[in-house]
Design a protein around this ligand. Structure first.
Ligand code: LRH
Ligand code: MN
Ligand code: MN
Length: 424
């Protein structure tokens, strides 16, 4: 299914007057509104290929309908999202969940929707049908060099798939860890991981990045070999200039100060990118901004401050990706909500009065500093984000149009009721 330009225009014309009122009202107080809109238009967030179906939990899966049954249909789904919001112009593939059969054709299909391929992800946390050795006790950190070799080779294969598609980064997330004290020699596990990553790093093309993702716990509950940003940064620093830390918002211990982590990684030039999602407890993979929107804003506040300090381009300087899973909501609607929340947080961060904040910090004026951030966070910029969409030919109300056009019903007609998408 593809959306027609006229369908979007018709939808927008119905909402035009209401939108104009809201936009005029808010933009009167924002002298830099044009520059904010411009930045929003450039900002694209990659959609994970593994989050287009209804994942479920280990306690059950309540199957969605009309889900994509192959990579082509997943690309089509992301194409729909991008047509609706013009901010989802990339897809991040998880391999082997999503292996392109013919890279040229896959690229051409993505291109026809205006989509690019963001980081490719390797998977050494599950055993694959044709593989010889098991990852039950880990992959890149494994005590057996043969298992490490197999896992390294898988990552090299993933890089090669990525090259064929025009990706520019590999994300490595390892489930490697231990569940009981004594199970692992931490030092050896770390060193094995480093040596394995070095081999993978050696296969990266010149203009590629390696993102090292960390996670505090799960699937193992005593230690994770890359359990926090310290371990990730240590690895990335030892590997070299193409290696960076990837921050998945759900991968921290409760109440971790993620915005501070982000600020310091950026300062060191070692922040590679994001997996956006939200959580109340741990790696809940909920809609971005649905539980802790203030935290999302504070993270973007550090991002804008830090990227500007380093003269980085906001849109291309880091990898912006969603990593979510959907159990209750329609995955496409949930992803639209995530993108909107990210755009709002970014827009608000662009609105922060940096000079006033600096001044307040210099004067130890805590009340003022807090007020500057809170006032900005409480400013409703939804109409500004909608204006950026409007100018890009996207829908003023993406979820509204998704419902008006009964997109899911259409997809069910095309794909059927009994569909299972690969992924989370
Ligand atoms: C691990 C993770 C990682 C995986 C994805 C499926 O929790 O965040 O990014 O690749 O989920
Ligand atoms: Mn992740
Ligand atoms: Mn995760």
């Amino acid at each position: 299914m593809r959306l027609e330009k006229e369908q979007i225009e018709q939808h927008n014309s119905k909402l035009a007057a209401k939108h104009k009122r809201a936009f005029d009202f808010i933009s009167e107080d924002i002298p830099q509104v044009e520059s904010i809109i411009n930045k929003l238009q450039q900002f694209q967030i990659a959609i994970p290929s593994w989050a287009l179906g209804t994942g479920g939990t280990r306690f059950g899966r309540f199957s969605g309908k009309g889900e994509p049954g192959n990579l082509e249909q997943k690309i089509e789904d992301v194409g729909l999202l991008h047509a609706l919001n013009r901010s989802s112009g990339a897809i991040s593939l998880h391999i082997p969940w999503d292996i392109p059969k013919d890279a040229e054709q896959t690229k051409a299909l993505a291109d026809s929707f205006g989509l690019q391929f963001d980081a490719v992800n390797s998977n050494t946390f599950q055993d694959q049908a044709e593989q010889e050795l098991s990852y039950k006790y880990g992959s890149l950190h494994h005590v057996d060099p043969k298992v490490r070799k197999q896992a390294v080779q898988h990552n090299i294969d993933v890089i090669n798939h990525g090259i064929a598609l025009g990706s520019k980064a590999l994300t490595v997330w390892l489930a490697d860890g231990s569940s009981f004290p004594g199970q692992l020699n931490f030092r050896e596990a770390f060193q094995n991981t480093l040596e394995s990553l070095k081999e993978i790093y050696a296969h990266l093309p010149e203009d590629w990045k390696l993102f090292v993702e960390y996670k505090a716990f799960e699937p193992y509950f005593y230690s994770m070999t890359i359990g926090d940003w310290g371990q990730s940064l240590l690895l990335a620093s030892k590997l070299g200039p193409k290696a960076y830390t990837l921050v998945d918002l759900g991968h921290h211990l409760p109440n971790a100060n993620i915005e501070q982590i982000v600020s310091l990684l950026l300062m060191e030039g070692k922040l590679g990118g994001f997996h956006f999602n939200d959580s109340k407890y741990a790696d809940d993979d909920l809609t971005a901004g649905s539980i802790k929107p203030y935290q999302l804003f504070l993270i973007f506040n550090e991002l804008v401050e830090g990227m500007d300090a380093r003269g980085m381009d906001h849109a291309t300087g880091l990898g912006w990706m969603i990593d979510a899973s959907h159990n209750l909501k329609d995955p496409l609607v949930d992803l639209l909500q995530s993108v909107e929340a990210i755009m709002i947080a970014y827009a608000q961060a662009l609105l922060v009065d940096r000079n006033a904040l600096k001044e307040a910090q210099r004067n130890n004026d805590i009340v003022k500093a807090q007020q500057i951030l809170q006032d900005t966070f409480r400013t409703d910029l939804r109409a500004v984000v909608a204006e950026a969409r409007l100018r890009d030919g996207a829908a003023l109300d993406p979820i509204g149009l998704f419902n008006e056009l009964a997109v899911r019903d259409q997809l069910i007609k095309e794909r059927g009721n009994n569909t299972v998408a690969t992924g989370l």
